[in-house]
Design a protein around this ligand. Structure first.
Ligand code: DQQ
Length: 577
């Protein structure tokens, strides 16, 4: 009893501390009042990325309202123009012709009105009939309530959409009766069904994560539906929900309002409590406005993830010009706040990914947009290169700190796979126990990325195959444990299981390496992991790349194709299309 009392007091004090610390506003980002307006004196280039999306300096977080309009891809994002930690947030805006080269424009939305004076937080774009974009975003009003506002372009004939108007009939949506006004944010792209537009807004009631549903005939007057579109117990605040249809056949994306026989739906939520996301695949019935996940989609902490690493607040959009559904996600830092201040910047966006439903209908597949391949330059190829137990072979002839690597490994048999203990449900924990250097049977094998010459530092991305009673279990890891000699960094052993058929004795891996980010796609995009790492020795020209095998079964690099990656135009001053 005493222990229970102690725990409740402890939790109560903890909650008060969190609320006080956040100025009473329940927002998910830590607030450093003394640092948020500290301009970067100098931007440290060492760990800046070569081909990932980032502004020239300061803090970025969530991607907002991605869309295609007027011949340009538009990306907005949460940005602090005054410092390298979260704060002073505005909607920064960039445009691109190819999702690879970017030009920065003036911020599109920033606090000016009573309905957003305390913050312009995340939101989404909808293209209304007549090709008219409209943005819905969360404003923090004069009382710090989270309300949903809209903004429209001042001039539709400007393909850059430089100026946005926030009309005075805002906010469109107030937190209704019983809705927690400090946990009510991140409206989705709207979809049209049964004569109404619909959106969902992320929230929570106590510990239950909720996607509140709103309907409107004219996009201006919104009514809260009697019940949420979906909710799940004990998942905490749902940030940045995303809800969209996927085709049950083929790779083509679908416009957000499409539904029918050949369609399933995906609901993704970002869990504020731990900063990871999960998604479910299910069915949406517009007549009753219910979404029900399939029984193969765990709806909670053990759910499927787009990415098992640094990847949060993601958002998709439908690119009608190429029929793709494209995913953007924020690859947050893993270093400490004083490092961010010293760097003068924090946060990047992961490479945009095409996303579609796997043939089995149970999970999504993801792959970097093909436009990225335009940056590939020097190329090295291997075929049938055997990796005996305990060996590592250097991949030379490209720039290992800025590279794109595609590799297929094969193994003659699975007989030596280690036994799987069914209590191993947590992939990350398993990866941290059985790292890349602990000998296994089939695996660990993979790549040692951002490695120093004598392996004082390296970020291994690898597979390890286990034998369960009736099937094989494949673990994929991106392990930051040995990524840097620097202290005080978060160095997680990110990992996920890979649902893949091993009957052909092969496993493939694609890894994008970019100075402080290693973004990996296992088994054709079945499991993806992004790690943010900060090597001290394995930097720039001193970084190395190896293929390795630490399993007793020999493994062959059946095919390897690796490229140095060029730097695109990336939001620099004077960069004009
Ligand atoms: N970031 C935004 C919020 C969102 C959170 C504020 C997720 O709208 O819930 O910058 O990272």
């Amino acid at each position: 009893m005493e222990v229970l009392q102690f725990l409740s007091v402890f939790m109560l004090v903890g909650c008060c501390f969190v609320l006080l610390f956040n100025n009473g506003v329940e927002g998910s980002h830590k607030i450093y009042t003394d640092l948020q307006s500290k301009h970067a004196v100098k931007v440290n280039q060492l760990h800046r990325t070569g081909f990932h999306f980032q502004p020239p300096s300061h803090w970025i977080n969530d991607p907002n309202a991605p869309m295609y309009y007027g011949g340009f891809y538009h990306l907005f994002y949460q940005y602090n123009p005054k410092g390298a930690v979260w704060g002073n947030i505005v909607w920064a805006h960039s445009v691109s012709k190819d999702l690879v080269n970017w030009e920065a424009l003036e911020p599109a939305i920033y606090p000016t009105k009573p309905f957003d004076i305390n913050g312009c937080w995340s939101g989404s774009a909808t293209i209304l009939p007549g090709n008219k974009p409209i943005i819905l975003y969360t404003g923090l009003d004069t009382q710090n309530r989270q309300v949903q506002n809209y903004a429209i372009p001042a001039n539709l004939s400007d393909p850059y959409l430089r100026k946005w108007i926030k009309p005075d009939n805002n906010p469109l949506v107030f937190p209704g009766h019983g809705v927690n006004a400090s946990a009510f944010r991140d409206p989705t792209t709207a979809w049209w069904a049964d004569g109404h537009w619909r959106i969902i807004v992320g929230s929570r009631r106590k510990h239950r994560g909720i996607a509140y549903l709103y309907r409107s005939k004219d996009f201006m007057k919104w009514t809260q539906a009697q019940h949420p579109l979906h909710s799940a117990a004990n998942t905490g605040m749902w940030e940045c929900p995303d809800f969209f249809p996927v085709s049950i056949r083929g790779k083509n994306g679908l416009e957000t309002s499409v539904n029918g026989e050949h369609v399933k739906h995906v609901l993704k939520v970002s869990l504020d409590v731990t900063r990871y996301e999960y998604y479910t695949v299910g069915t949406y019935w517009p007549e009753i406005d219910r979404y029900i996940p399939e029984n193969t989609s765990a709806d909670g902490w053990s759910g499927m993830r787009y990415d098992y690493g640094n990847f949060y607040a993601s958002k998709t959009f439908f690119d009608a010009t190429t029929n793709r559904r494209i995913l953007w996600g924020w690859a947050n830092e893993s270093d400490a706040v004083d490092h961010d201040i010293a760097k003068g910047w924090a946060g990047i966006q992961a490479i945009p990914r095409v996303l579609w439903l796997d043939r089995c209908g149970k999970q999504l597949l993801q792959w970097p947009i093909e436009e990225l391949e335009s940056l590939r330059t020097e190329n090295v190829q291997w075929s049938n290169h055997e990796l005996s137990m305990g060996s590592h072979a250097e991949i030379t002839g490209i720039t290992p700190a800025q590279a794109d690597v595609e590799v297929t490994f094969s193994f003659p048999s699975l007989d030596k796979a280690e036994p799987f203990d069914p209590s191993w449900v947590d992939a990350q924990q398993l990866c941290s126990q059985k790292g890349s250097s602990v000998q296994g049977g089939v695996g660990p094998f993979g790549l040692l990325t951002l490695a120093s010459e004598n392996l004082e530092e390296y970020t291994p991305v690898f597979f390890r195959v286990f034998k369960d009673k009736f099937k094989h279990v494949v673990l994929m890891c991106s392990d930051a444990k040995s990524s840097s000699l620097k202290r005080g960094l978060y160095k997680p052993s990110f990992a996920g299981f890979v649902n893949v058929d091993l009957s052909d004795g092969k496993l493939s891996l694609r890894t994008l390496i970019d100075h402080s980010v290693v973004e990996s796609f296992g088994a054709e995009g079945r499991t993806c992991i992004t790690s943010r790492v900060y090597p001290t020795l394995a930097v720039l020209g001193n970084a190395h790349l190896y293929a390795f095998n630490n399993g007793t079964e020999s493994v062959t690099v059946e095919k390897l194709n690796a490229w140095s990656m060029k730097k695109p135009r990336m939001n620099e001053e004077g960069n004009r299309f």
